[in-house]
Ligand binder design. Sequence first.
Ligand SMILES: O=C(CO)[C@H](O)[C@H](O)COP(=O)(O)O
Ligand SMILES: [Fe+2]
Length: 227
Amino acid sequence: MEGVKAKIAPSMLSSDFANLASEAERMLQFGADWLHMDIMDGHFVPNLTIGAPVIQSLRKHTKAYLDCHLMVTNPLDYVEPLAKAGASGFTFHVEVSQEYWQELVQKIKEKGMRPGVALRPGTPIEQVFPLVEAEVPVELVLVMTVEPGFGGQKFMPEMMDKVRVLREKYPSLDIEVDGGLGPTTIDVAASAGANCIVAGSSVFGAPSPQDVISILRKSVEGAQCKS
Ligand SMILES: O=C(CO)[C@H](O)[C@H](O)COP(=O)(O)O
Ligand SMILES: [Fe+2]
């Protein structure tokens, strides 16, 4: 069965932030489909990274799809600034948006971005079903495979049950996995049904990042051929 297109998204959290534009260009040359941008507020997670001003600066240097992962307590406040900055995807966490996700998804779409929802390892998968089935739905579900906050952590294979459930229920949904993905962990994620693969330390830390990107893509495409 042909699945949804594989998208390999290097996490720029592992790049040299002082040379973000050239790091982004390097990843695109190496075959990246998306650039994954981790926005952390030091509150939802114990780390502080980048915000709209950095996305705006990077946008001046690239036309690439900027896949923004918002690890923030108040995602509504970020819609307008990120849209103006040139973000492409806007993925917020379900844990903070239970009361207002309909309004949030609507605003993200009105501003021309693609809405996605992410969940922490401890959050049950059932919590995202209403967002995928809504009249104005999210178009991507990001299954965290580490506790959000930092790159370079160990992949949690037990999260693959969530991916399997999602793929079974929603054959054409973009399902993204994030945290600890690389050549040694990709096969389990790909065969569970993930098609959007975020990888930070395994790509940036490799002697040949293009080989890692290619291994990730081949694994996703191979798993889709088998299913
Ligand atoms: O959202 C994230 C952390 O919260 C990052 O996207 C993720 O950790 C990627 O880094 P690595 O591939 O090194 O695990
Ligand atoms: Fe991320």
